[in-house]
Write a protein that binds this ligand. Structure first.
Ligand SMILES: Cc1cc2nc3c(=O)[nH]c(=O)nc-3n(C[C@H](O)[C@H](O)[C@H](O)COP(=O)(O)OP(=O)(O)OC[C@H]3O[C@@H](n4cnc5c(N)ncnc54)[C@H](O)[C@@H]3O)c2cc1C
Length: 456
């Protein structure tokens, strides 16, 4: 009996797609897997994984498919696992400020559901309308508010996971303090579907912010930029929730004539920063924000500022930062997401810009922006030549200078297939060996997302 017949025996018909029906599934745009499992419960998934394990069948987990490093790429020999039908918000507990959800819940649906109860799930990213909680946890997603609320890892209290052989680990802890031995959930957070399938989670919620203040400020040099980060955080009394930096070339690419956004400033500056602060009192916070900007002016850290006076104005400023689609006009390009300690950031960016310029003097650009508050930088690089032929040269220009600066080759999206050959820049040989030992232990037949993060 082949894998499809065996899966048919343990799954209800709606939970298995195979044959011609596969082409109708949105996950099958480029690659058609052998079958798609869409379980409706943990029990059903557990049975399916037990069968896959017995037959040595590779299983690739997929959430919203918004990851950008090839984490859910599958072949025609693989079974794709989609949690799209496990999308229930089971409970929002206002008293303990937790949400218990199935892993297929779309991030934006959770944000909206908790907001209705005057609560706040702080994780936020551009792909909020498609990314799932399972995918967010499996990639330890970060996003816009990491400086205030941390990464996905910091927002999870408990997890339920199905292991490769179908065993279910129910670690649905809901209290903040729990020091009873190894905290196993953290092994699965950021494991990119290689150690187990996340099926449910208990998430930590926050009180909904009452005030929101936003400004875009212009900065004249890099030293002022890093000083501004520390000063703004101090003056805003820990309320700062975003510190998004745009290098001049990003700002120019998004705002130039004919684009969807108007220049907020009449002059040009080397850097622009979007600062957001969330708080609990509209009037006091507004005053604190405005006087913080005044002090920053007096200290010479900012050269100009535009303070949003309404929600619409705040959204217009955020739209400049979020409009990466405006960069399509330089396509084809390569997108990077790295971290580097602040003290090395200026020299690192200069080295990457120089490397790109020297390699392709006539047709290249290196657009730069990032969540600077947590050391995270994005580059969108255009390099002359055929996409695949220049890819490894561009990768080397971006990743290799990270080694001497204790930088990180993946700040947010994970390693997937894309960054495997650069993993040793950010992880020591012994760390990689230990990761492989953990993988072999959890998944001895190597059926869960094999080849992602590293080859065994
Ligand atoms: C416009 C845009 C903006 C983005 N901005 C950010 C950002 O600011 N910060 C950030 O961190 N990321 C960002 N991303 C990347 C992406 O949205 C995140 O990595 C997100 O967490 C992926 O969720 P997903 O459900 O789409 O997962 P997928 O892309 O489907 O999968 C990602 C990985 O997780 C695994 N996986 C998925 N579900 C499960 C599960 N239930 N159990 C185990 N493994 C699973 C997959 O096998 C794969 O390895 C952005 C992407 C886009 C397109």
């Amino acid at each position: 009996m082949d894998i499809i017949d065996r899966l048919k025996q343990c799954l209800e018909p709606a939970s298995l797609i195979y044959g011609d029906s596969l082409r109708e599934h949105p996950a099958c745009v480029f690659l058609i897997p052998k079958a798609i499992i869409r379980p409706q419960s943990t029990t059903e998934l557990s049975k399916a994984l037990a069968v896959c394990h017995e037959l040595g069948q590779v299983v690739v987990s997929r959430g919203g498919g918004s990851g950008l490093v090839g984490g859910c790429v599958s072949t025609s020999e693989d079974v794709l696992l989609s949690l799209e039908r496990m999308n229930q918000i089971e409970e929002i507990d206002a008293l303990s400020r937790t949400a218990t959800v199935q892993a297929g819940v779309v991030l934006q649906s959770l944000q909206e559901a908790v907001a209705e109860q005057d609560l706040f799930f702080p994780l936020d990213l551009g792909a909020r309308g498609s990314a799932t909680i399972g995918g967010n946890l499996a990639t330890n997603a970060g996003g816009n508010r990491v400086i205030r609320y941390g990464m996905s890892r910091d927002m999870v209290l408990g997890l339920e996971v199905v292991l490769a052989d179908g065993r279910v680990i129910s670690s649905m802890n809901s209290v903040i303090k729990n020091n009873t031995g190894y905290d196993l959930k953290h092994l699965f957070v950021g494991s990119e579907g290689t150690l187990g399938v996340i099926t449910r989670a208990v998430l930590r919620l926050q009180p909904a912010p009452i005030s929101e203040n936003t400004a875009m400020v212009a900065v004249s040099d890099f030293a002022s930029l890093t000083a501004l980060l520390g000063q703004a955080d101090k003056l805003l009394g820990g309320g700062m929730s975003a510190f998004e930096v745009m290098w001049q070339n990003y700002y120019e690419a998004v705002c130039q004539e004919g684009k969807r956004h108007r220049y907020p400033f009449t002059e040009q500056y080397p850097f622009y920063v979007l600062i957001e602060s969330l708080g609990a009192d509209q009037e006091t916070d507004k005053q604190r924000f405005a006087s913080a900007l005044e002090v920053l002016f007096e200290q010479g850290l900012i050269a100009d500022a535009v303070l949003a006076k309404s929600q619409n104005e705040a959204e217009a400023l955020w739209a400049i930062r979020d409009d990466v689609e405006a960069l399509m006009e330089i396509f084809p390009y390569f997108v990077f997401d790295v971290s580097v300690p602040l003290k090395h950031m200026e020299s690192y960016v200069a080295e990457v810009h120089k490397g790109v310029q020297e390699a392709w003097p006539d047709d290249s650009c290196c657009i730069t922006f990032g969540h600077l508050g947590d050391g995270n930088l994005h580059f969108v690089i255009r390099a002359a030549g055929l996409y695949e032929e220049v890819r490894s040269q561009v990768n080397d220009i971006v990743y290799l200078p990270l080694r001497s600066r204790s930088g990180v080759v993946s700040a947010e999206h994970g390693i997937g297939l894309e960054k495997r050959s650069y993993l040793d820049i950010s992880r020591s040989a012994i760390e990689i060996e230990l990761m492989k030992t953990i993988k072999s232990n959890f998944d001895p037949k190597n059926i869960l997302n094999p080849g992602k993060i590293f080859e065994l």
